[in-house]
Design a protein around this ligand. Structure first.
Ligand code: BGC
Length: 803
């Protein structure tokens, strides 16, 4: 007996099928008489992007003003679960007020490579931290009667060809690195919905992966919410529904509905399976539709955005204690970002902020003597000697130059991976010139993902604000002037060179397959094990005070130690617990984060801190028994101020399994030499052969090839379309503003024509279009036209049935 059997009995097959696709870009279908409400879904992770009027997915139509909080990459640096819950709750309240039932976030994909265009939207390179941050955010959002929707489940690590790329990853890495964060988010956050990733995982689209959506998500983790495809990410809707996905978004008109009706009629889909999906879906939406309305104080939201930004700022360098600035310091304010802040990313998370603080406007409220303001560089990377000279002249007169640098909007965006991690050249030139006239430069950095920081030898101070939201300017000034003692720590490693990162050799993967050859060695797991030096390690961040660690006691259920603030001002420390399994039979990272605590201490104060163990502390995924196990042995217990600044160590014996430990011939992995693992060895890790690229330029295009691949199509017309697309993209790049709809098109596979056109095109028509693209214009045209007529007939028949 299903939970909502009564309602389901009242629904026709056509109605049940209709429920599994959206009604518009953001809404689901409703059947009022039968008691089925519609719900509204909106982005996104750090602010509500509710479009006014007709929704157009990536935002040509303006969205309603909303509070733009710091992005996920920023908030993670606070390492403060209470803060994330508070921000989540504020987001949930705004969603509730705007009539949004599902907030499409948080995003918690693992930062496999620093060049992923969406890293600014994700928390960390570490699954434990990402999961804890996400769970807190989800609890907050859901406390306001709306659902959170953690995304993109799973192994979604690049933007290039994001809707068709196949993430080839071994099972142990998949479970330990790419799904553990989601597990924590689901179990500890009790998420009511989840969004599947666009990509395939080992050959199967995430949205059709029964093992992922039923075995792992529902049966193992106890998820009882609904699964929604990413927008346009439903490949085969019937397979999606059959394997555990509930909702394809956005609307596909009657296309998705008819596909399900036909599948049931022909016996390809069991109606009982469809009923089960409808039941699970109803369970959530009935509850959401009943939520009480809340009121929101937008000024208080803005203040919370400032607090969140402040607690997430990371002080990376403070030579000669140049910070905090003393009262009345003569300051030169240099850099475009001081007047036009870079405070959020680009793409589906783009918020229309309710208000925007700018350094140039609010610096007067701080006790500083601002001698002047110089733009210093153009936002787009264009050389401008006049701007540089003005900045140099201003800096000569000042005690300190506050230099605002960072990445511009086009450098990091959904739909676009970076090709390098450098700052724009014109900014580096400016820094060079300034460093010739002053040795008192403090760089204030705005960027949502890792940048090369080797130039920091030229500066005395370096403060990283990440993408700090609409109130970030004040948060930064609070830290610079010492009103707030910085307490943020990095949630990702800053390498010395991008080539040091194991996945960089083939990133982003250009072909069909993205090979996760580095296995478990993501982020600090690699650097610490291979002992490769980095610029700034994971977990690193300075304070205006100092902390001492002492008296480690290892207990059965956790560790206890004493933390003392040994400096002369109050501050917070993020103490981190790492575990190592030195004598393991498996290949393992030297250190793995398994707990952390953010502790506030007055100057001179000491406190006993306890960090508990949990089911993740000692576990690993056993590919032979296909479950998480603890390997018997002695484990290193390490407490540190960052991953490479371990202050207290001890050891602890653990009981566990001694048999059935997978032992494979994996020398590169045992020695962490994974910059370029050979195929044969990666194949042994995968347990199957490494897939060979099966598309070569000039070959026939297939339904899941990206539109960008038309550059190599047989048809001259298709090549022309690809050229126009590329030209338009280049123009957007030159203007410094990413065109998201274009980027979406560029990476979109042909099949998505049937998923993103509101039902005007169906799969049979896409096949016809493909025939044209592959050089058979007339045949393709007649095929498309025939399919169009059939579709029209089928649509009319459905309308006649009044569904
Ligand atoms: C993004 C999602 C987003 C959705 C709706 C997709 O392109 O990948 O993160 O929630 O659009 O805007």
């Amino acid at each position: 007996m299903l939970k909502h059997q009564e309602i389901i009995d009242r629904l026709t097959l056509a109605q049940k099928a209709a429920l599994m696709s959206g009604r518009t870009t953001w809404e689901t279908v409703d059947f009022e008489e039968e008691g089925v409400p519609s719900i509204f879904l909106s982005d996104g992770p750090h602010g509500i992007r509710k479009q006014e009027g007709a929704g157009d997915h990536l935002g040509l139509n303006a969205s309603v003003p909303a509070t733009c909080f710091p992005t996920a990459a920023t908030l993670a640096n606070s390492w403060d679960q209470d803060l994330l819950e508070e921000v989540g709750s504020a987001l949930g309240a705004e969603a509730n007020k705007l009539g949004v039932n599902v907030v499409l976030g948080p995003g918690l994909n693992i930062k496999r490579n620093p060049m992923c265009g969406r890293n600014f939207e994700y928390y960390s390179e570490d699954p434990y931290q990402a999961g804890k941050m996400a769970a807190a955010m989800i609890r907050g959002i859901q406390s306001q009667g709306v659902a959170a929707c953690p995304k993109h489940f799973a192994a979604n690590s690049q933007e290039l060809k994001r809707m068709s790329s196949d993430s080839v990853v071994d099972e142990r890495t998949f479970r330990e690195i790419y799904t553990t964060g989601f597990e924590i988010a689901v179990k500890e956050g009790q998420a009511k919905s989840i969004m599947t990733a666009y990509n395939k995982i080992n050959g199967i689209y995430a949205n059709e992966d029964r093992h992922l959506l039923r075995d792992i998500l529902r049966d193992e983790w106890g998820f009882d919410g609904f699964v929604v495809s990413d927008w346009g990410g439903s490949n085969n809707h019937v397979l999606g529904v059959e394997n555990g996905s509930h909702l394809e978004m956005p609307s596909t008109g009657t296309v998705g509905q008819r596909e399900l009706i036909d599948a049931v009629a022909s016996g390809r889909l069991n109606e009982a399976e469809l009923n089960e999906r409808v039941d699970e879906f109803l369970d959530v939406i009935l509850e959401l539709a009943e939520a009480d309305k809340v009121t929101v104080d937008m000024e208080a939201q803005h203040r919370l955005a400032q607090k969140a930004a402040r607690e997430s700022i990371v002080l990376l360098k403070n030579e000669d204690n140049i910070l905090p600035l003393s009262p009345k310091t003569k300051v030169a304010l240099v850099g475009e970002f001081a007047s036009e802040p870079r405070y959020q990313g680009a793409g589906s998370s783009l918020i229309n902020p309710s208000k925007l603080d700018k350094t140039i406007d609010i610096i007067k409220d701080y006790d500083l003597d601002v001698l002047g303001v110089a733009k210093g560089y153009e936002r787009t990377d264009m050389a401008n000697q006049v701007l540089v000279s003005e900045a140099v002249e201003l800096s000569k007169k000042a005690d300190v130059t506050l230099l605002y640098l960072g990445l511009d909007e086009i450098s990091e965006s959904e739909g676009l991976d970076r090709h390098h991690i450098s700052l724009p050249t014109n900014q580096l030139t400016l820094l060079d010139e300034l460093s010739k006239v002053t040795d008192k430069i403090i760089v204030v950095l705005s960027a949502g993902s890792v940048v090369d920081l080797n130039w920091d030898v030229k500066v005395k101070g370096l403060v990283h604000g990440y993408l700090s939201g609409q109130a970030g300017a004040g948060a930064m000034l609070d830290v610079l002037t010492g009103l707030y003692n910085p307490s943020g720590k990095l949630s990702e490693t800053y390498p010395l060179a991008i080539s040091d990162v194991p996945s960089s050799l083939d990133y982003p993967a250009q072909g069909d397959y993205s090979l996760y050859r580095e296995g478990l060695y993501v982020g600090y797991r690699y650097f610490e094990t291979a002992q490769t030096p980095v610029k700034y390690p994971y977990g690193y961040g300075l304070s205006y005070t100092n902390f001492a660690y002492s008296d480690l006691v290892i207990l059965e259920n956790g560790v206890r130690f004493t933390l003392t603030n040994t400096g002369n001002c109050a501050g917070s420390e993020v103490a981190q617990l790492y575990i190592g399994a030195g004598a393991s039979n498996l290949y393992r990272a030297r250190k793995e984060l398994k707990g952390f605590a953010k502790v506030y201490l007055e100057a001179g104060e000491s406190q006993q801190v306890f960090i508990g163990f949990d089911d993740k502390t000692f576990r690993y995924y056993n590919t032979l028994t296909r479950r998480f196990e603890v390997e018997a042995g002695v484990y290193d217990i390490m407490l540190g101020s960052s991953v490479s600044d371990i202050r207290l160590t001890g050891q602890m014996a653990q009981e566990g399994t001694t048999e059935n430990i997978p032992e494979l011939d994996l020398p590169s992995y045992y020695t962490a030499s994974v910059l370029n693992v050979p195929d044969e060895e990666f194949a042994r890790l995968l347990g199957r052969s490494v897939p060979k690229e099966n598309w070569i330029k000039g070959q026939k295009l297939r339904i899941n090839d990206a539109l960008s691949q038309m550059a190599f199509a047989k048809s001259g017309l298709a090549r022309l379309v690809a050229r126009i697309l590329r030209r338009l993209l280049a123009r957007a790049e030159k203007n410094g503003k990413p065109d998201l709809n274009l980027l979406f098109l560029y990476n979109m596979p042909f099949r998505a024509l049937a998923k993103m056109t509101g039902g005007n095109i169906d799969m049979a028509m896409v096949e016809g279009i493909l025939t044209i693209v592959n050089g058979h214009f007339w045949r393709g045209l007649s095929q498309t036209f025939k399919a169009f007529r059939q579709k029209r007939k089928a649509d009319r028949a459905l309308v006649a049935k009044k569904v």
